[in-house]
Design a protein around this ligand. Structure first.
Ligand SMILES: [Ca+2]
Ligand SMILES: [Ca+2]
Ligand SMILES: [Ca+2]
Ligand SMILES: [Ca+2]
Length: 366
C-alpha cells in the first residue's frame, strides 16, 4: 500500500503492449481508495486498462482491501476492521460487522471463505463473511520461519494454488492457506516492485498485479513473478490514472442473468448453460421450445408431458421439433349423436340426439 515507506526496489521496466482479447472475461476489480484522493471501486479492462467506476465507498472509513465472491458480490475490509458487503449492480454496500483485524492489506475469496493478509502483523486470517468471524491462522512465513509480509495481496488461481505478493521482497510466492507457509515460486525473481493487488483471470488463466507506482496492470508469470505485459490504467483514456492503493479482486464465478446459477460450472456449482437468459438454468422446467431449458444437454426432453396445443379435442399432445403437436383427435362417433363434432374449447362432443324426443336439439357430452 502506498502508506508504507516507498521502496526503491520496484523499478521494474515493463513493456506496455495490448493484452490478448477474449470473448468472455473474468471481472477484475480495483479498489481505488486512499486517505486523500478517491474512495472508488472500478472494474478494469485488462486489455485496455480502462477503469469503469462502479461506485463510491465512504471517505471516513478508509478501505484497505477488496475481494470478489462473484461478479456481483464483493467484500472490502477497512483499516478499522469493518467488513463491507458490496453489491456491484446496482451499486450498494452495507457494513456486516467488524472482524477485528489489523489493517488487512490483502483480501481474496476462495475455498468458500475470505482470506486476509494483515499488513503489520503479517498474520493470515480466514474470515467467514456470513458469521462475521475472523480466525487467525498464523503469521505468514517462509519454511525457515522468516517473515516476508509487508503489504501485498493474495489470490487463488484456477488450479487452486494460492499466490502471495510480498512488498518486502517485491516477489511472488505460493501460499499454503492452511499453514500460512509461503514458498518462493520456482523461478522467483526478487525486486520486481510493489504490487498492491493481485488478481487472476480465470478465463484466460492470467495472473495480474497492480503496479501502484507505475499505475499499471501487469500480467505476471506465475513461475517467476516477472512481468510479461503491462497496460497503464486510465479513466479518461489514454491519460494515465493515478492509482491510489489499488488492491485488486477477481471474480471466479459470474452470473450475468442473475438467476443464481454461475456460467462457469466446476467449482462455481452447477453450470448455467445460458447465462444470458434467466429462464434457462439447471432445475428449470423443460418447456417445448427447441431449447434445453434445464441445462441437462437434451433439448425438450420430457417436454411432451406439459404439451397442450390449445385444442381440447386432441389428446396426448406431443412436443416435436420445438412445438406442441396435436395428439389423437377425440372420436365423437362413439356417442349416439347425429353429426357429432368435438368442441375445441372443452373437448365436448356436440350433436343432435338420435331418435330422441327432441331430435332438433343439439346437446354436448363430455
Ligand atoms: Ca446465470
Ligand atoms: Ca441462465
Ligand atoms: Ca433439457
Ligand atoms: Ca425445452
Amino acid at each position: 500500500m502506498r502508506g508504507y515507506v516507498v521502496s526503491l526496489l520496484f523499478a521494474a521496466s515493463v513493456i506496455a503492449t495490448a493484452l490478448p482479447s477474449r470473448a468472455v472475461a473474468t471481472p477484475l476489480f480495483v479498489l481505488d481508495t486512499d486517505e486523500a484522493s478517491y474512495t472508488l471501486i472500478h472494474r478494469v479492462n485488462p486489455q485496455t486498462g480502462q477503469l469503469t467506476t462502479l461506485g463510491e465507498m465512504p471517505a471516513d472509513d478508509i478501505m484497505a482491501s477488496l475481494a470478489a465472491v462473484d461478479d456481483n458480490l464483493l467484500y472490502a475490509v477497512s483499516y478499522t476492521g469493518n467488513l463491507y458487503r458490496i453489491t456491484v449492480s446496482p451499486f450498494s454496500f452495507t457494513i456486516v460487522g467488524n472482524v477485528g483485524t489489523d489493517t488487512c492489506v490483502g483480501l481474496a475469496y476462495g475455498n468458500g471463505a475470505l482470506y486476509g493478509v494483515e499488513g503489520w502483523s503479517g498474520n493470515l486470517v480466514r474470515i467467514d463473511p456470513d458469521r462475521v468471524t475472523a480466525t487467525f491462522i498464523a503469521p505468514i512465513v517462509l519454511a525457515d520461519g522468516s517473515s516476508i509480509v509487508f503489504g501485498g495481496d493474495l489470490v487463488q488461481a484456477a488450479n487452486g494454488t494460492w499466490y502471495l505478493w510480498s512488498n518486502l521482497t517485491n516477489a511472488l510466492y505460493t501460499l499454503d492457506v492452511g499453514t500460512a507457509i509461503a514458498t518462493p515460486v520456482p523461478s522467483q525473481v526478487q525486486g520486481i516492485g510493489w504490487y498492491t493487488g493481485l488478481a487472476f483471470d480465470y478465463d484466460a488463466g492470467t495472473l495480474y498485479g497492480s503496479a501502484v507506482f507505475d499505475d499499471a496492470l501487469v500480467a505476471t508469470n506465475p513461475q517467476s513473478g516477472s512481468p510479461t505485459r503491462s497496460v497503464p490504467v486510465c479513466v479518461d483514456c489514454p491519460d494515465v490514472h493515478d492509482l491510489a492503493y489499488g488492491d485488486m479482486a477477481s471474480a471466479r464465478c459470474t452470473d450475468a442473468d442473475r438467476d443464481g446459477v454461475y456460467a462457469e460450472g466446476g467449482s462455481c456449482g452447477p453450470r448455467d448453460c445460458n447465462d444470458g437468459n434467466a429462464a434457462v438454468r439447471p432445475g428449470a422446467a423443460e418447456a417445448c421450445n427447441g431449447v434445453d431449458d434445464d441445462c441437462d444437454g437434451a433439448v425438450d426432453d420430457g417436454a411432451s408431458a406439459a404439451c397442450n396445443d390449445g385444442n381440447a379435442c386432441t389428446l396426448g399432445d406431443t412436443c416435436q421439433a420445438g412445438a406442441c403437436r396435436p395428439g389423437t383427435p377425440r372420436n365423437c362417433g362413439l356417442l349416439n349423436l347425429v353429426g357429432a363434432t368435438c368442441r375445441a374449447s372443452d373437448g365436448a362432443c356436440c350433436g343432435r340426439l338420435l331418435g330422441g324426443l327432441l331430435p332438433s336439439v343439439t346437446v354436448c357430452l363430455k
